[in-house]
Write a protein that binds this ligand. Structure first.
Ligand code: SIN
Length: 530
């Protein structure tokens, strides 16, 4: 059995930032299920929303966040996170992060601020269209140089260990450790920790089409749920309006920053259509744009719409969006000359493990930060580029909170892992089939537009799949694929259950059966395992 003061699950911006802070006062392990930089952060193109310009104000950023959140943001959380953002970004810069600059009309260097939907001002700090990748690299370099941090790759957390699960202990309920599957050695290790921090990112892979990397399987949410922590607002999955539509390119995002630089959305007849749906047109909040695209595609029977930025010179596009330009070009699309085919795709989970403003979950000893957590910042719809900011601020806040309290636990012996060890020759095909079924049914029945009937269908099918997957889990030798599948079915079930309980439309949750707001439901959807 290994022991650390702090174990962090996930190596994106939230987990790495927390690790760097916590390593100043304890031993730290980062558990990551693939290689160290496999994270949602590394795929973030747009940037970090933060007030840095004299033409902007904190109050405007707060108001934009509240408007996007459609009545469900926690205003205290919004104010705190946005106000603490600049100091956290300054610290990131001190680790070596560079944001793009430009020379202004007075010949002075200033930050080159991007614009995205729902923002009333230009306020997105970015590093071309590779902001997340650059942040990830910067933080990983700092982590690798820290003597108190062990970065354990290809290790997948299986389940949290609580005093309740141990039984027979006359102790208050808390999280005391976790089981971790070593994917190379195919062996489950037990780790004891004073504090466990879940920073596992989102769950886009629950859908057939997503902008997320393959690791986004809702692991943290599913583990926290099984351990008894409260989960909130899982009905609010944000669909990004513009994912590249191409038979050979999977999950490639065309950043909202492209619309921020003037790109227009066109239907297959080359007509601009956003003005029919919202006066803010292409720069309306994401829920509005994604629904408009969905409606336009359905109305016309088209498979995609088009994003046209050919009004901008090639030299500008290559410089500002090198990754997007390159990827489109390799796929036979020159964005300087022709429109890019795009479709909406699952992008960001606004709900998650419910936490307070310190990152504490409802289970003592367990914290959650980043996309896996639901702090109340995003409400019913996240404002673009607020999430990297939240990840940094909440990592700082969680560390500050942990430092203030005495979490030290007496060493206890935790039981070793036991599982079935029968090998099933059909395992691969069954896992693949179930995975595919979940992703398709979620896309068809729990997508951008919902109905009672579709949600009920999703719930019934997920119930059967859950029974099948649980049986598989208990009776056969585990694998990373099986663990992910188990987490996916749990996360999908929580999403559908939350959606069924919200009998109104708000933010990202749109249902034809209740198309309007209902003030009775102007509250978080909180579910706890009974
Ligand atoms: C984008 O670049 O469009 C994504 C930014 C975000 O999701 O915040």
């Amino acid at each position: 059995m290994k022991q650390f003061n702090y174990v962090i699950v996930g190596s994106g911006s939230a987990g790495l930032t927390f690790a760097l802070k916590a390593a100043e006062h304890g031993s730290v392990a980062i558990i990551t299920k693939r290689s160290k930089s496999d994270s949602n952060t590394a795929w973030a193109q747009g940037g970090i929303a933060c007030v840095t310009s004299d033409e902007d104000s904190m109050e405007l950023h707060i108001q934009d966040t509240l408007v996007a959140g459609d009545g469900l943001c926690n205003e205290e959380v919004v104010r705190t996170i946005l106000k603490e953002g600049p100091a956290c970004i300054a610290e990131l810069v001190s680790y070596g992060m560079h944001f793009d600059k430009r020379i202004n009309e007075h010949g002075k260097d200033e930050l080159d601020l991007g614009r995205e939907g729902g923002h009333s001002k230009r306020r997105i700090l970015h590093a071309r269209d590779r902001t997340g990748f650059e942040i990830e690299e910067t933080l990983i370099t700092a982590v690798l140089n820290h003597p108190n941090i062990s970065l354990l790759e290809n290790q997948m957390a299986v389940d949290l260990i609580t005093t309740e699960k141990l039984g027979g202990h006359d102790q208050p309920i808390r999280c005391v450790g976790l089981y971790v599957f070593d994917e190379k050695k195919e062996y489950v290790e037990t780790i004891q920790a004073d504090v466990i921090v879940l920073a596992t990112g989102g769950c886009g892979k629950v859908y057939l089409y997503t902008t997320n990397p393959d690791i986004a399987t809702g692991d943290g949410i599913a583990m926290a749920w099984r351990a008894g922590a409260a989960i909130a607002n899982m009905e609010f999955m944000q669909f990004h309006p513009t994912c590249l539509y191409h038979p050979k390119v999977k999950s490639f995002l065309i950043s909202e920053a492209v619309r921020g630089e003037g790109a227009l959305l066109l239907n297959s007849s080359g007509e601009r259509f956003m003005e029919l749906y919202d006066s803010r047109k292409e720069l309306a909040p994401r829920d509005v744009v994604a629904r408009a695209i969905d409606a336009e595609m359905k109305k016309r029977g088209d498979e995609c719409v088009y994003l046209d930025i050919s009004s901008k010179p090639q030299v500008f596009l290559k410089q500002r969006f090198p990754k997007i330009y390159e990827t489109c070009f390799r796929s036979g699309i020159d964005m300087a000359k022709e429109p890019i085919p795009v479709v909406p795709a699952a992008h960001y989970q606004c709900g998650g493990i419910k936490t307070d403003l310190h990152g504490r979950t409802s289970l003592p000893g367990l914290y959650a930060i980043g996309e896996t957590a639901c702090t109340g910042l995003h409400g019913a719809n996240r404002l673009a580029s607020n999430s990297l900011l939240e990840a940094l601020v909440m990592a700082h806040r969680a560390d500050a909170d942990i430092k203030k309290q005495d979490h030290r636990q007496d060493p206890i012996t935790l039981p070793s892992w036991h599982s079935g060890d029968a090998q099933d020759v059909d395992e691969g095909v069954v896992i693949h089939h179930n995975w595919d079924e979940i992703r398709r049914l979620m896309w068809d029945y729990m997508g951008i537009v919902r109905t009672n009937k579709r949600l009920q269908r999703a719930a019934t099918r997920l119930k059967n799949l859950e029974i099948e997957i649980q049986d598989f889990y208990w009776n056969f030798k585990i694998s990373a694929d099986l663990l992910e599948l188990r987490n996916l079915v749990t996360t999908a079930t929580l999403m559908v259950r939350s959606a069924m309980s919200r009998k109104e439309s708000r933010g990202l949750h749109y249902t034809r059966d209740y198309p309007e707001h209902n003030s009775e439901f102007c509250r978080d959807t909180i579910i706890v395992k009974t």
